[in-house]
Ligand binder design. Sequence first.
Ligand code: F6R
Length: 259
Amino acid sequence: MTSAKQTISPVRVVKKNGIRVEVYEDAEAVSAAAAAMIAGRITASSKFNLGLATGSTPIKTYDELVRIHEAGELTFSHVTSFNLDEYVNLPPTHDQSYRYFMMKHLLDRVDIPLYNTFVLNGQAVDVDAECSAFEGLIKARGGVDLWLLGIGGNGHIGFNEPGSAVDSRTRVVTLDDCTRADNARFFATLDDVPTHAVSAGVQTITDSHAVLLLATGAGKANAVAAAVAGDCSVDCPASLLQGHDDTTFMVDVQAAKML
Ligand code: F6R
């Protein structure tokens, strides 16, 4: 592993449709570069609002942020976090809930004040009110400075599945069959995968001052190519980032192979 101060260089940089794509040798290098960027921005600011994602892809980035924190080179004391999404009807103590994931991989391992960590409550009695409150909170805190994203094989960002409107906001969404099938690996059976989630909308994400999307592995190659080089279309929600003026993709060679 690298020191927090060491620079990881991409093997290739592609700029297309307003998106900067940094291609790294492998997933380790992507994680190191992503953590270095996030740590740098947090450190450069006296108050930082960080958007977070769950999923397999950012786990190594979170490990690296924890390592930099433990090395005494990064504090989260002035950071507020907002998570993209949460399953509907899973309690936060369920080991597949996104609150549980975030506590395990990052929030419990750094010095972020827990009262400044926001994950949507998928068990809220009034889920629509929960979604509006989340939007209101982001606004009241001054907007998200940097939103870290993964990408689904179908191009989804957050749980904004294909067809999600460019001006969508935080809301209840129905998960695509392919997304449920992708996530079934984390549950005992496919039937156990929730059918609904609450998710920040496309507009909630594109309102962020900066966006950093990570993708690793050949399974993401089509989605990355469609997002960067395809039409800006709701058919590939990640392509809607083409209209954003500070979006970086950090991907490995495998995920970049169709670019
Ligand atoms: C996670 C999320 C999803 C994932 C995407 C990729 O909070 O909103 O959009 O980022 O499904 O997941 P992984 O990284 O598991 O391939």
